[in-house]
Design a protein around this ligand. Structure first.
Ligand SMILES: *Cc1c(COP(=O)(O)O)cnc(C)c1O
Length: 493
């Protein structure tokens, strides 16, 4: 099975090269040329998470041997996760929570970023490379730490993370500033996530940056890398398996997923799951106050002409959702000219408009809702009062969307993706639970633990003691220069 680019279908490369490269040279994203044969839900009911991962990834990564995939999977999904289920489900009155935050950094990004470094190393060996793979990563908060943790001291790799100076939570910032490993670097940018993401995308084709690279290859750990996306397909199946095994649905029934969305990676993985046979009725795209995607799904016009608003769900504070490009490619019937034009419109004018037939196709599966800050807080409060379940603000945005969706009369089983531990956003969660308080930072984290009786995850509890290793801040105009310097530092003969 080959991969091509959303902006150049003349390109055909095997999966491992797409993983190595991250982003296509002309700026497009790598996508599978066709989808692997369907997986029948009845075949997976006895699979462990690891077996399921091998089954699904083998279809997409056909140039890796099954043995290679098995090794990558068992290196990723082990005791780094605090539960054998890896991604357990929890029953609520109105639906099911899929808990994706049991990995080392307490956000769903761990599911993909514990695996990606192994997929990359394996690709590296296949091609007998001697280059250093330089991973450039833009983060709205959670990807950064998950990538730093996944790549720390992985041979032949170096990782550089850019995060917005203002916008990430206190805990997220501490997690990054204290990252371990000799191959890691972390830089704060005076800008927002979109600025960070743009820097990383531009670096890939910037002549000055490329000139600085000697035996260094640039790749990405953002969900623009297909190797980030594919591991996320697995948990949609695992949630379905859990619902069948606990007799909440019959095998073959359609269900819907509610996905708190920023860069559109997680929800796109759900669409890939549907493409390979998972019975999904709707994928509900849940946004916060930066609801560019809700508006797009409703109107067919994607417009970034709006203020960027920092919210209590910072990992969704994004106006340019990169993975939407992959959906547009599919909805256009794989039309690279159309996709290039839309992306060019976005770059030149800050907006694009999608033809109505394409929107109809997209709306067969995708529906968008958004939650303001008040609704987000009240979801956190309500769920705790009514069911003693504590959720983080991103999950709360999705819970709000679930209720909006159910108001339309939808009656199928619904799964809400719970993407982060509430302790990553302790101060906001505490405020929502017990009213405004002056407690901040570590004091808020400790108080949240006292109020809820929940244990602070180990990776967060240790932060208070760890030394700050990275405190550099740059202006966004200096981004490419900083990347160039880093490439010079990593260059070798
Ligand atoms: C990254 C993130 C999201 C958004 O996921 P995308 O793949 O960017 O759409 C939602 N919630 C949390 C906690 C995240 O870290």
């Amino acid at each position: 099975m080959q991969y091509t680019s959303t902006r150049n279908t003349g390109l055909h490369i095997p999966a491992h090269q797409a993983v190595l490269q991250g982003l296509s040279r002309e700026g497009g994203l790598f996508v599978p040329e066709e989808f692997p044969g369907p997986i029948s839900p009845s075949d997976i009911l006895h699979d462990s998470y690891q077996q399921l991962a091998v089954r699904i990834l083998s279809g997409f990564l056909s140039d890796y041997t099954e043995d290679e995939i098995r090794q990558c999977v068992s290196a990723a999904y082990d005791s780094k996760f605090d539960t054998d289920a890896i991604v357990p489900t929890r029953t609520l009155k109105d639906g099911t929570l899929l808990e994706l935050f049991h990995g080392p950094t307490s956000a769903f990004k761990d599911v993909a970023l514990t695996l990606l470094p192994h997929l990359l190393s394996c690709a590296y060996e296949k091609d007998g490379l001697s280059d250093t793979i330089s991973i450039l990563t833009a983060t709205s908060g959670d990807t950064g730490k998950a990538a730093l943790s996944g790549f720390a001291d992985v041979p032949h790799t170096a990782i550089t993370v850019f995060y917005p100076e203002i916008g990430v939570s206190f805990i997220q910032k501490k997690q990054m500033q204290t990252a371990r490993g000799n191959n890691v670097s972390v830089i704060a940018v005076q800008g927002n996530f979109d600025d960070c993401q743009r820097m990383v995308k531009e670096a890939v084709s910037d002549p000055e940056v490329l000139k600085a690279c000697h035996h260094v290859r640039i790749s990405s750990a953002n969900s623009i890398n297909i190797g980030r996306l594919l591991p996320q397909v697995v948990y949609y199946f695992s949630a379905y398996r859990d619902l069948v095994n606990s007799q909440k649905i019959h095998c073959g029934d359609e269900i819907s997923f509610i996905v708190p969305t920023g860069n559109f990676g997680d929800i796109l993985a759900g669409y890939y799951a549907k493409k390979i046979g998972l019975p999904i009725r709707h994928l509900i795209c849940a946004s916060n106050t930066n609801h560019v995607l809700t508006d797009f799904l409703n109107t067919g016009v994607y417009s970034t002409d709006r203020p960027f608003v920092p919210t209590m769900s910072p990992s969704m504070d994004i106006l340019i959702s990169s993975n939407l490009e992959r959906l547009l490619f599919m909805a256009s019937g794989n039309d690279p000219e159309l996709v290039s034009k839309l992306m060019d419109d976005l770059k030149q004018t800050g907006r694009f408009a999608v033809p109505e037939e394409m929107m109809q196709k997209i709306r067969e599966t995708f529906i968008g809702y958004w939650a303001d800050e008040t609704s987000c807080s009240s979801e956190i409060h309500r769920l705790y009062e009514q069911e003693q379940v504590t959720i983080d603000p991103h999950t709360a945005v999705a819970m709000h969307a679930l209720h909006e969706y159910q108001k339309t009369g939808a009656s199928e089983a619904c799964v809400v993706l719970s993407t982060a531990s509430p302790f990553k956003f302790s101060a906001s969660v505490l405020d929502a639970l017990s009213g405004p308080s002056d407690l901040k930072d570590f004091a808020a984290m400790n108080q949240l633990s006292r109020v809820t009786g929940l244990k602070i995850p180990a990776g967060l509890a240790e932060l208070e003691q760890l030394p700050i290793r990275f405190s550099r801040t740059i202006a966004k105009a200096d981004g490419l220069n900083a990347i160039k310097e880093r490439m010079e530092e990593l260059s070798h003969d």
